[in-house]
Write a protein that binds this ligand. Structure first.
Ligand SMILES: [Zn+2]
Length: 260
């Protein structure tokens, strides 16, 4: 694969981007809306450190520019704003495709028969790196491919992705386990019975996917997550060190009953 990947040689933008440029990039990232305004400068600084520490590659000649790097870096740093960039120390490369990408998969079914075929992906995180992202992925509202894949890397800091990242000091493993296993069981039951689900049904594939999808919801639609799975919301708020639902609740809302 590497022969088809161009190394991004630009490095971090040499100059501090002007505020208007940050704001233009951030306007396209609704996940940042739940962040207290006073945290923005710290997130921007971390994003520049992130770009300086990581290596970006454009796949199949996809030309990366500073705006793409800054956008990915802001989204990647949001989950670790209060955990610290060192949570990403065990990998270095980020491969960016301009859209969905195809990988060949081999799956062994319960009879031991190997099935192979193409799998269309918007992101993938490998143990030890790299993180692979589709830049122009058509993600539905509430979904975020970048946060999803970086949540997987947090999860893999203590081994295979299993929905159980290294918790912060003072957090209870039992409380995490209870909250996530109950919510995962509920989601799987709903998917099995074709019922509505508060999270993307893809979260029922594996506890690791549940953690990644719940992390997307934590930053994109935290009020919905808190209503559906309050214990999961509470664990994620403790883990990420943010109360995103409070941020979303404080946002100005469109009037649901506008005057005629
Ligand atoms: Zn995933």
């Amino acid at each position: 694969m590497l022969d088809r990947i161009q190394l991004w040689l630009g490095g971090a933008p040499a100059e501090e981007p002007p505020t208007a440029r940050w704001e233009a990039i951030e306007r396209d990232l609704p996940c940042l809306d739940c962040l207290p305004a006073e945290a923005r400068p710290r997130l921007r600084r971390m994003a520049r450190d992130f770009i300086a520490q990581k290596q970006f590659y454009g796949a199949h000649g996809f030309a990366l520019d500073d705006d793409i790097l800054l956008s990915i870096a802001l989204q990647a740093c949001l989950p670790v704003l209060n955990l610290g960039l060192e949570r990403y120390r065990h990998w270095i490369g980020i491969v960016v495709y301009d859209g969905d990408f195809v990988v060949e998969r081999e799956v062994v079914d319960e009879d031991g028969i190997v099935h192979s075929g193409p799998d269309i992906l918007q992101g993938e995180a490998w143990h030890g790196g790299p993180v692979i992202l589709a830049w122009d992925a058509a993600a539905p509202p509430g979904c975020n491919v970048v946060i999803h894949e970086f949540a997987h890397t947090l999860d893999m800091a203590n081994g295979e992705a299993d929905g159980f990242p290294p918790l912060r000091a003072g957090m209870s493993r039992d409380a995490w386990s209870n909250a996530f296993s109950r919510a995962y069981d509920d989601l799987c039951r709903r998917v099995d019975h074709d019922l509505d689900t508060a999270l993307d049904p893809y979260a029922s594939e594996h506890p690791a996917e549940f953690f990644a999808v719940a992390s997307e919801a934590f930053f994109e639609t935290p009020l919905d997550l808190r209503e559906a799975y309050p214990a999961v919301y509470a664990q994620l708020a403790a883990f990420y060190g943010l109360d995103t639902a409070a941020g979303e609740a404080a946002l100005p809302r469109a009037d649901p009953h506008p005057a005629p």
